[in-house]
Design a protein around this ligand. Structure first.
Ligand code: SF4
Ligand code: SF4
Length: 139
């Protein structure tokens, strides 16, 4: 499902209809041009993983007077999707992208600008090929 010109390819929640659309719960996509900085996503996360910080960015957006946006620490995120449900402005969704592993946990902190860029998979699921000898691997 797409909400207007927004795309996620993963789990979405329609704030007006109050209906969620089943989908893969991978890395988020944040549409900064719609985010008001209301912090409801961060508040929703507080008692789950407390991994959203509202941070200030240099760029100005008319709908976000304080220029504050969510930043997510994927070292703590449990991919529950509650932050997506909490967003009243349909600007935070999830994507099918899940390959986030790194040897440096600092790289797991995704700034608003990073979340604003759609992941490299472009919404396509990765094919896993089962292999009796080496286990599952990418197609
Ligand atoms: S998906 Fe991650 S960031 Fe969102 S509420 Fe759940 S733990 Fe927090
Ligand atoms: S992503 Fe949504 S809930 Fe979070 S600050 Fe922006 S508008 Fe508010």
């Amino acid at each position: 499902m797409r909400l207007g010109n927004r795309k996620s390819g993963g789990y979405e929640f329609d704030a007006k209809k109050q209906v969620g659309t089943a989908g893969f719960k991978g890395r988020h996509i944040l549409y900064m041009d719609k985010c008001t900085g209301c912090s409801l996503c961060a508040i929703a996360c507080e008692n789950i993983a407390d991994c959203i910080d509202m941070v200030k960015v240099d760029k100005n957006f008319p709908q976000n007077k304080k220029s504050i946006f969510p930043q997510i620490d994927y070292g703590r995120c449990v991919f529950c999707g509650f932050c997506v449900d909490a967003c009243p402005f349909d600007c935070l969704f999830m994507t099918p992208f899940y390959e986030l592993s790194t040897t440096d946990k600092r790289l797991l902190v995704y700034t608003p600008e990073m979340l604003n860029i759609y992941p490299e998979t472009k919404g396509e699921f990765v094919n896993f090929i089962p292999d009796e000898k080496s286990g599952a691997h990418h197609g």
